[in-house]
Design a protein around this ligand. Sequence first.
Ligand SMILES: C[S@@+](CC[C@H](N)C(=O)[O-])C[C@H]1O[C@@H](n2cnc3c(N)ncnc32)[C@H](O)[C@@H]1O
Length: 356
Amino acid sequence: MIIPIKPWLDRANGAAVKKGGLVLAADADFFRSTMRGGAGLKQSEEVNRMEFYHQPIMGKEVLAAMAPLEGKQVFDGTLGGGGHTELFLQHGTHVVGCDQDAEALGYAERRLSQYEDRFLPVLGNFADMDEILHAVGIDQVDGVLMDLGVSSHQLDEPSRGFSFREDGPLDMRMDVRTEFSARELVNEWSEEDMIHIFREYGEEKRAVRAAKEIVKARQAAPIETTLQLAEVVEKAVPRISGKHPATRVFQAIRIAVNREMEVLATALDKSIQILSGGGVLAVITFHSLEDRMVKWFMRRHSTPVLDRPEWPEPRENSDYCLALPSRRAIAPSEAEIKANPRARSAKLRVAVKLED
Ligand SMILES: C[S@@+](CC[C@H](N)C(=O)[O-])C[C@H]1O[C@@H](n2cnc3c(N)ncnc32)[C@H](O)[C@@H]1O
């Protein structure tokens, strides 16, 4: 069953929300709590007062990859502040914009209310894109965009617990309806499990020392805030370059808390199912781990014939369904990096679904 989002958001955001969105039935309780004045309401009020949310990255390049856009249907899996979606809407596209962060959804919905006839905001995880589109009566789309990771607002808002620069509760959940947060991970996970994610998701060379320091610190008292954690990590990981020593450990914890690699793998597979022939998949990544996953996914699906030394002859690749306009990732221009330093590690990869 689908529950219309409109009555709940209308009351949470007042007159600012003009457009109804959709929320899957499983998420309805969250909106009921929002209506009663729960955490969601406070966050939404805060967002209403906010000017800047997020600067869309490689907007021109994304538009060029998806062109022509007029009359097309795009699924934006990472709506965020609605920057990319707004560019699509300005070019006559119809957009289903999904975000797992109710705060982002409320903000983008309010910002883009003038496009209410072509824009549908949905609270959800992009790993459920097939279910979300099915719920709104759409079988296939002409484009899928995923602009991975967290928004500037999420990073900069201390209460969300992503920042090692300002103090806040250890949280790091993009979707505040989930129960598992950074606090549980840091205070309850074994040393081995932390070493594993610091290495795997953070590519942190001092993973063992960082995990040991955390275990030592939490024996004295639970680690409750982002600055406490940053201080503990700094004891194990020396400050070498300009980067904060806790950068990689924080990245690893965020990826684990939000199950980012698992949901990306699922979403990539599903994007193939929901794209129509000629439809475009565009993914913006911010670290090598997710970029590798996207690169290998696109390579696997764009190779018509497979060959291995142990095979008597080459075989047709049953996964073959994509064409790559370029095998290389697109990087932001120098000018964009200068104007928005957060763009510096971004890479855009594009693939086109083959006609059946
Ligand atoms: C980098 S921001 C996107 C910014 C957006 N493109 C813009 O121009 O404003 C990433 C957003 O995607 C959301 N997000 C990340 N992973 C998600 C997932 N698996 N499902 C749904 N939303 C997700 C985050 O909550 C965040 O708001």
